[in-house]
Ligand binder design. Structure first.
Ligand SMILES: Cc1cc2nc3c(=O)[nH]c(=O)nc-3n(C[C@H](O)[C@H](O)[C@H](O)COP(=O)(O)OP(=O)(O)OC[C@H]3O[C@@H](n4cnc5c(N)ncnc54)[C@H](O)[C@@H]3O)c2cc1C
Length: 434
């Protein structure tokens, strides 16, 4: 097992990034070490914050630092579903009303719309697709009950959805593993590492990105002194957008846990094998239980994502065997259940699903706590964080500010005991959704 400390250090490359041509990381350190703003973490959140700052303040000097190379962090390791899921509609300061689901969907939708626009403007080649079937598929009666309840919720929120019978799922997905499905809130499917690279490589002038640079600590507020693996930098303000690893900078230490989940790609499949994965050339399937298995048929391969482990990355051989078993269960007729790439990825999980977002103290801003649906949600949070720091006002920003923050979590060893017990219990409940 390998643990997460100041910055992520994964055991294997992102399979998505490995499929792309070689890219040279930006590591040039500028002579002048003084910036107006420093941003820690160039995932979707940090990239969005940097871009928005440069848009809002012409001439703004922004230094964006990332411990990994672009495409290798969680932003390039995910499954590429761009969802407009509202998260927890109850997570607002005023308590639950149906109106809050619509407001939270509007937030995430704004992230999606911005990404769509950036992909078009900068011709980012990331296999952006909006018409591919993306289904929440249930394999068990419990999963079906949950999917039907989700569909009722969508209806209450005025979101059109459709359901899929088992024979329709068999035709689309090529397996009779699933008994019921609903159209998910996925609005686009992408190659996530290609999107992440495209966004990083199209940052506005004025943003200096330095990859493979770990921020170890900071002190002061205005100016802020930032200690990194490439020496000290100074800024008037600091944005913390490195998600779970904000904890090692002393931010939101007792409100997030790290959960690893795992992805794998088959080798490129021939036509006969691809036909066994259903009639559609591409599809996405999300699980009906949060501990379940995600799959995609994409770019002539099958992607599978599953498994959860607390704060430590499992041994790759163990992960490979687990994912091969889940793949075989669904597609027993495939010639082989070998994978070309297997990788782990770290997400931040909060007890109530809420983010930490806002001004920590004068000169220090943070948006962290991004779990699932982080491509769209991280993007809009990064953008709104920049707007908050610049004093902009909007309905989206005030809605975002009205959301609750993450709940407090007990210290170790109680935290580990509670989290591992919950993971084990939910895995039992998930049953064949895994
Ligand atoms: C296997 C997997 C599948 C997923 N599937 C989906 C999906 O289909 N759709 C979806 O929307 N979301 C999905 N997610 C979640 C999504 O990837 C995250 O929510 C998203 O990446 C969060 O973006 P972020 O910018 O907030 O954080 P991150 O992407 O984690 O970016 C934070 C960055 O900070 C850097 N960093 C950390 N510490 C330091 C430091 N000390 N100094 C400098 N830099 C630092 C990291 O290298 C990283 O690049 C998935 C995640 C995983 C792991």
């Amino acid at each position: 097992m390998k643990s997460s400390n100041a910055a992520p250090a994964y055991r294997s490359r992102s399979g998505w990034n490995a499929l792309l041509p070689h890219r040279i990381a930006r590591e040039q350190v500028p002579k002048d070490r003084r910036f107006r703003t420093i941003i820690v973490g160039a995932g979707y959140t940090g990239l969005a914050a940097a871009r928005r700052l440069a848009e809002l303040v012409p001439g703004e000097e922004v230094l964006l630092l990332d411990a990994s190379s672009i495409g290798e962090g969680a932003s390039g390791r995910n499954s590429g579903f761009l969802l407009v899921n509202p998260g927890e509609p109850s997570a607002n300061a005023a308590g639950f009303t149906e109106d809050w689901a619509a407001r939270q969907i509007a937030l995430v939708q704004a992230g999606l719309d911005w990404l769509r626009q950036l992909v078009a403007t900068h011709a980012i080649d990331c296999n952006w697709q909006e018409t591919v079937p993306a289904i929440t598929a249930a394999a068990t009666s419990l999963g079906e009950t949950s999917a039907r309840a989700t569909r009722d919720r969508y209806e209450a929120w005025n979101i059109a959805s459709r359901d899929y019978r088992s024979d329709e799922l068999r035709r689309i997905l090529g397996t009779d593993y699933y008994r019921y499905g609903i159209q998910s809130l996925t609005r686009a499917l992408v190659q996530p590492a290609a999107l992440h690279r495209g966004l990083a490589d199209s940052l506005p002038d004025g943003v200096v990105l330095i990859e493979n640079t770990i921020v170890n600590a900071f002190s002061g507020d205005a100016p802020v002194r930032v200690q990194t693996s490439r020496g000290e930098f100074v800024a008037d303000r600091l944005f913390i957008t490195n998600n779970l690893h904000a904890r090692s900078l002393g931010i939101v230490r007792n409100r997030m846990i790290g959960i690893y989940t795992y992805g794998a790609f088959t080798p490129e499949l021939d036509e006969t094998q691809l036909n066994l994965l259903g009639e559609e050339p591409e599809w996405g399937a999300l699980p009906a239980h949060r501990m379940g298995t995600t799959m995609r048929k994409t770019m002539g391969r099958l992607l599978i994502r599953s498994g959860d482990s607390y704060e430590s990355e499992l041994d790759p051989a163990e992960v490979r065997a687990m994912l091969a078993r889940l793949y075989r269960n669904r597609f027993p007729k495939m010639k082989s259940h070998e994978f070309e790439h297997v990788w782990g990825g770290l997400t931040a999980v909060t007890h109530n699903g809420a983010f930490y977002f806002g001004r920590v103290r004068p000169g220090i801003f943070a948006s962290v706590g991004c779990g699932g649906a982080g491509v769209t949600r991280g993007t809009i949070h990064g953008r709104l964080l920049a707007e908050l720091a610049c004093g902009s006002q909007s309905r989206l920003l005030s809605d975002r500010l009205a959301l609750s923050g993450p709940n407090w979590l007990p210290p170790e060893p109680f935290r580990r005991l509670g989290a591992t017990a919950q993971i084990a219990w939910e895995q039992v409940l998930a049953g064949a959704e895994r």
